[in-house]
Design a protein around this ligand. Structure first.
Ligand code: PLP
Length: 487
């Protein structure tokens, strides 16, 4: 059933002349002749509403939002887990939140200590030697890492290396980052178990290869079973291994990418280390390196100096600065708090529970939906709605029907190698009851595909607006009030 009553207040012009709830006192200052020409002579065209109407308007808008705090959000590849509020509390302590990035080092020792310690914690978790917290996101860190690869090869006089190997299951940012660095991309196919196809990799390697970008667990939610053979093969060809660590949630406390042959790695703090994200909000993508690649990390580096800490800009082999100041500091404080609060045992439990939750859901849904590569999964898994599509209901409609069931849909149509993909990541923060409710909803939708395909195709019916032009909504969003009478 459509719910026009929910939409109406958004589309109706509520402003009523003379109903304004703000009283601005007359200015007692004389602007003087210098400013006179700049003063407005007509009042600004602002909506006029009573305070109560404003409160109701924004309360209503906030209730239209879907968020992790409001409901289950199984968006595969995004790790939309619950973010403990204590992390926000700590990030907003005045000693952190009110710092200015240009304050002198002697005034910011606490902040530098936090950055230094967070780097050490992340190195410990990943088995890498050194880290920079500068990149603002995963893709930004990929870009930094490939600049480091370029500097490494250039230093060795290997300037003909121009090709980056990327598996066909990779996140789209991987080939995009390689292209932005001016490299060519060679795609390698996956084998029947969802691993990198070793024969295809061997065929792709050569003395013009910069290195390989590998995600483990990969975007199919599967552990790359031949990761050691893959990194050995790339190394034999003189290439370097880049680890896309956006899926680190599955490995926390269990396996370290540094032990799996990676030279440089990135982490997504806004996924694994608990920062609220979505809608392009702030993130952080630390880039971590082995001892051999560490000299190329971005500057400045946080270093020990006497009893305190300092910023070291004097690193001649560095790729340089890739962002203003020290990264998204508030996100870094949240990650530090999250890691310290969990401790080693808590981190391991996080990884284990994420994998357990995904395998539990997979077991409940197998049978109703086909599984793309059917073996035990890591923290997420990929179903295919190819059979449902043959019955006339593709993955998109199934996702929309889940909205009517009260759930955020899973990721759809990614990874690209799975037709009609439904990519589900439950995360470790959900209860078994929530997982059961979601499984029941998925099973109901699967039954409806058989009994009432037209009904599923008409979903969603419970939302203020139905099917959007999603491209236009993303590219040309209308986010502010406009005076309808203004020209
Ligand atoms: C999310 C993700 C990225 C990109 O990270 P951003 O922070 O969104 O730039 C890269 N690779 C994988 C596997 C991801 O899941």
């Amino acid at each position: 059933m459509s719910a026009p009553h929910q939409l109406e207040p958004l589309l109706t012009e509520l402003s009523e002349a003379g109903r304004g709830s703000v009283q601005v006192p007359d200015s007692s200052l004389d602007a003087g002749p210098a400013l006179a020409g700049f003063l407005r002579t007509t009042p600004p065209a602002l909506p006029e509403l009573s305070e109560l109407e404003v409160v109701r308007h924004y309360t209503h808008l906030s209730k239209l939002n879907y968020s992790v705090d409001a409901g289950f959000y199984p968006l595969g590849s995004c790790t939309m887990k619950y973010n403990p509020k204590v992390n926000d509390r700590v990030a907003s302590l005045p000693g952190f939140a009110d710092l200015h990035p240009l304050q002198p080092e002697q005034d910011t020792q606490g902040a530098l200590a936090l950055l230094f310690e967070l780097e050490r914690l992340l190195c410990g978790i990943t088995g890498m030697a050194e880290a920079s917290l500068q990149p603002a996101a995963g893709a930004h860190a990929e870009f930094a890492a490939l600049l480091m690869f370029k500097a490494y090869h250039r230093e060795r006089g290997e300037t003909k290396r121009r090709r980056v190997i990327v598996p066909d299951s990779a996140h789209g940012t991987n080939p995009a980052s390689a292209a932005m660095c001016g490299f060519d991309v060679t795609t390698v196919k996956s084998d029947a178990r969802g691993n990198v196809d070793l024969a295809a990799l061997e065929a792709a390697l050569g003395d013009d290869v910069v290195g390989m970008m590998l995600t483990n667990p990969n975007t199919l939610g599967l552990f790359e079973e031949h990761v050691l053979e893959v990194s050995a093969a790339v190394r034999r060809a003189g290439g370097l291994m880049y680890g896309d660590g956006a899926n680190m949630n599955a490995l926390l406390g269990i396996a370290r990418p540094g032990d799996l042959g990676f030279d440089v790695l990135h982490l997504n703090l806004h996924k694994t280390f608990s920062t609220p994200h979505g809608a392009g909000g702030p993130g952080a993508g630390p880039v971590l390196a082995s001892a051999a690649l560490a000299p190329f990390l971005p500057v400045p580096r946080v270093v020990r100096k006497g009893d305190g800490f300092a910023l070291d800009h004097d690193r001649p082999r560095s790729i340089g600065r890739i962002r203003a100041h020290h990264g998204n500091f508030g996100v870094l404080v949240r990650a530090y708090t999250y890691i310290r609060r969990l401790g080693e045992d808590g981190l391991r439990a996080t990884g284990e529970d994420a994998v357990l939750a995904a395998n539990y859901l997979l077991a409940r849904l197998r049978g109703a939906f086909d599984v793309a590569f059917d073996r035990p999964c890591m923290h997420e898994f990929v179903l295919t709605a190819a059979a449902q599509k043959r019955a006339g209901v593709p993955a998109l409609d199934i996702a929309k029907a889940l909205i009517d069931e009260g759930f955020h849909p899973p990721t759809t149509y990614f990874p690209l190698i799975v037709p009609e993909a439904l990519m589900i990541e439950p995360t470790e923060t959900e209860t078994k009851e929530t997982l059961d409710e979601f499984a029941a909803a998925m099973l109901r939708v699967a039954e409806r595909v058989k009994a009432d395909p037209a009904g599923v195709r008409a979903a969603p019916l419970s939302t203020p607006v139905g099917r959007l032009d999603e491209v236009a909504a993303a590219r040309r969003p209308v986010l502010t009030w406009r005076d309808a009478t203004a020209t």
